[in-house]
Design a protein around this ligand. Structure first.
Ligand code: ARG
Length: 465
């Protein structure tokens, strides 16, 4: 018979049982559920709501259940609906009436709220560690390519010369924000809903600060209705994970372009590429494509949960049982993508000659030509027009700017002299862009050092979290 059988005149339909159950997926919360119950029982005992003997039986009973679950010796049942009722039923079967006292001054509503919060809070550091590992690899490659000139693009058109290091450091900057975003929402979610009861607290003299502290929360949630019905922390986490996936997806897109014959800026390692079942010559960037593709799943999780929550009146509604699978799936997806993406980058071969060759075409030093004239006194707008005419001339002649003779240049402006050839050399064009955040070697070195310091600092923070 059901827990609530006392009030009911009929057995639950098996259709409803199958429809209602969440044990098939929320068993993932068993550790957090037991942890929460232990803290709750300890608090009840300290407050004199539960005897020391009953609490001792509950503590050892729960510890035994935890060990048995971890050893794979527990069969959960859909009859008991979810992880909370499964654990409680197991406990009562094992220790008798003390087990029936555990749910005093508690509801499944604050129980699931605390379990899920603990789960999300516990899972975030694993993602952060994976992002920091990716940052380390980016720094390693960037260090080796501070001097590797490549075209920087806007509109996917060659624009201005940068280094490969500068390009990688841009991604490193995005991933740093992903780390701090995850850290931030972890801080904000760190309030304990346990003790909110079903929705309106309890008449028992509980101590919510006690359980909050025991579970590592900074404080109890301040309002009992909000405590049981808030899923913002899950949404914030999904949003941070979605942004992280968006970054990985943009990067994947570039990897896919770069290893095409049209670019050939990099070559992926054989161990991180796949072949074709029909075309013998193919070497495909499946890993990058799948990361790009899986981004859609994570966005879907975010959109799904936002939609679940948008019409819910206060406080708990069963709709909220739909909060778990998207969050589990998002964590699984991100934690699967990050290590394989990092390993793919770590093993790829960079082809600096091809980057340099691409940089040599497309007039990416045209801005430098205009800047050269500007530094010799010509107003920038005029210098811009003169250079535009030069580019048109070169295009007609099939030449680059630096291939023009001084005589040819003089036809466009008297301000040109021998110095222009140095000014147009791509290595100079890159290396003289020393403005803060620019691609000059000394600036990329500063960026790399900054990222390395960030990784060190945040790895330490994670160790102590
Ligand atoms: N399995 C439920 C969930 O995940 C637990 C809370 C159930 N509470 C309730 N009043 N039915 O949301």
């Amino acid at each position: 018979m059901k827990l609530w059988g006392g009030r009911f005149g009929k057995e639950t339909s098996s259709l409803v049982n199958d429809f209602n159950e969440s044990i098939s997926f929320d068993q993932r919360l068993y550790r957090q559920d037991i942890q929460g119950s232990m803290a709750h029982a300890n608090m009840l005992a300290r407050q004199g709501i539960l005897t020391e003997e009953d609490n001792a039986a509950i503590q050892s009973g729960l510890a035994g259940i935890l060990a048995d679950i971890e050893a794979g010796n527990v069969e959960f049942t859909a009859e008991n609906e979810d992880i909370h009722m499964n654990v409680e039923a197991l406990l009562t079967a094992r220790i008798g009436s003390a087990g029936k006292r555990l749910h005093t001054a508690r509801s499944r509503n604050d129980q699931v709220a605390v379990d899920f919060r603990l789960y999300v809070r516990d899972e975030i550091p694993a993602v952060i560690a994976d992002v920091l590992a990716l940052e380390k690899v980016l720094c390693r490659i960037a260090r080796e390519h501070q001097n590797t000139v490549m075209p920087g693009y806007t509109h996917l058109q060659r624009a201005q010369p940068i280094s490969f290091a500068q390009h990688l450091c841009a991604y490193a900057a995005m991933f740093r924000r992903d780390v701090t975003r995850l850290e931030d929402c972890r801080v904000r979610m760190n309030e304990c809903p346990l003790g909110s009861g079903a929705l309106a607290g309890t008449t028992h003299p509980i101590d919510r600060w006690d359980t909050a502290k025991a579970l590592g929360f900074a404080a109890p949630t301040s309002n009992s209705l909000d405590g049981v019905s808030d899923r913002d922390y899950a949404l914030e986490t999904l949003s941070a994970l979605s942004i992280l996936m968006m970054h990985l997806s943009r990067f994947s897109e570039e990897i896919i372009l770069w290893c095409s014959w049209e670019f050939k800026f990099i070559e992926l390692d054989d161990a991180y590429s796949t072949g074709s079942s029909i075309m013998p010559q193919k070497k495909n960037p499946d890993v990058a494509e799948l990361v790009r593709g899986k981004t859609g799943r994570v966005y879907g999780s975010l959109m799904g949960l936002l939609t679940v929550m948008k019409g819910l009146p206060l406080a708990y509604n069963k709709d909220m049982q739909e909060d778990k699978e998207p969050v589990f799936d998002a964590f699984d997806t991100v934690e699967q993508c990050l290590p394989v993406f990092t390993a793919m980058l770590d093993t790829m071969r960079v082809l600096p000659e091809n980057m340099r060759a691409a940089a040599g075409r497309g007039f990416i030093n045209a801005t430098d030509c205009a800047d050269y004239l500007t530094k010799r006194g010509m107003p920038f707008r005029d210098a811009y027009t003169v250079t535009g005419k030069l580019v048109a001339f070169c295009t007609a002649q099939g030449k680059t700017l630096e291939e023009l003779s001084l005589a040819e240049l003089h036809a466009f402006s008297e301000l040109f002299d021998e110095g222009v050839y140095e000014a147009l050399r791509l290595e100079n064009c890159m290396d003289l862009r020393k403005s803060y955040g620019g691609p000059a070697q000394e600036e990329t070195r500063r960026q790399i050092e900054e990222i390395e310091a960030f990784v060190l600092q945040h790895s330490k923070k994670e160790e102590t979290a």
